[in-house]
Design a protein around this ligand. Structure first.
Ligand code: PGA
Length: 260
């Protein structure tokens, strides 16, 4: 795991966007895994800027999002499909048919989730998956207790997640209780993961995920089993990490290697 600690959320967003952009240019038909929430917004703004500057072409890119609320359609401003259109897809040249966000209104969820998994495989697998982290250590909507081998499926949200996300819904009572989410096992099969977190309210989850034991109680800790993970956080989110000086040394080694 490579841990990059930037001064603030803006610097961390720029760094994460650069890592994504550098990966995208290596492979025109890149398969990009995307995330929703407050955390990726600055990253998406930076990617849009790079696209407008002519540095990023999404015309052959395929995307897969991690999750969606059950019951919300694409026109609902709280749906993750709507969020992705507004925050990224409407501002870049990714073909609409190449963008995949789970359908919160699927009729047969079991079959639909299997199809979503199959679609990822048929696209060649996800080259890079962007991930946020919940205060309870979840990745996607894999709440504490999710099997580390889980696949795309329905998940009941915890009261903590419902409370955290109620800021978008104008009240706890309006937040859906169920979501479709890629599983931890699905995420572990991606070629590269980029975990991003900002702010002190994520510091505990980040320290457990990176320096704690691998446990289904903190599903982000499963990333310790993944062969290629980069974590980009700001200083506040890194506040409880014990091995910060080592992570800085590793970054110094990377800088030396890259300048040679
Ligand atoms: P946030 O959500 O980016 O809005 O903090 C992250 C998550 O819950 O995965």
């Amino acid at each position: 795991m490579r841990v990059i600690i930037e001064k603030d959320a803006q610097a961390a967003s720029e760094r994460a966007a650069k890592l994504i952009a550098d990966s995208l240019v290596t492979k025109p038909d890149f398969v990009l895994g995307l995330a929703t929430g407050s955390t990726p917004l600055g990253i998406y703004e930076a990617l849009i800027r790079k696209h407008n500057d002519g540095k990023l072409d999404f015309s052959n890119v395929t995307s897969f999002n991690l999750d969606e609320y059950v019951g919300l359609g694409p026109a609902d401003p709280n749906s993750y499909r709507y969020f992705m259109q507004e925050s990224l897809f409407n501002h870049i040249n990714i073909p609409p048919e190449n963008t995949n966000v789970p359908d919160g209104r699927a009729l047969d969820f079991a079959t639909y989730c299997q199809q979503y998994e199959r679609k990822i495989v048929e696209a060649g697998g996800i080259d890079l998956q962007l991930l946020g982290i919940g205060r309870d250590g979840h990745i996607a909507f894999n709440e504490p207790g999710s099997s580390l081998g889980s696949r795309t499926r329905l998940k009941t949200l915890t009261s903590e997640t419902i409370r955290d996300n109620s800021r978008f819904f104008g009240g706890i009572e309006n937040v859906p209780r169920l979501a479709i989410t890629m599983g931890v096992g699905t995420i572990l099969e991606t070629r590269k993961c980029l975990l991003v977190a900002f702010g002190e309210n994520k510091a505990h989850a980040i320290s457990q995920a990176i320096e704690g034991a691998v446990t289904a109680q903190v599903t982000a800790s499963a990333l310790q089993l993944h062969p290629d993970v980069t974590v980009v956080i700001d200083e506040d989110a890194g506040r409880h990490l014990k091995r910060k000086s080592y992570y800085a040394e590793v970054e110094e080694s990377h800088r030396l290697l890259e300048s040679n």
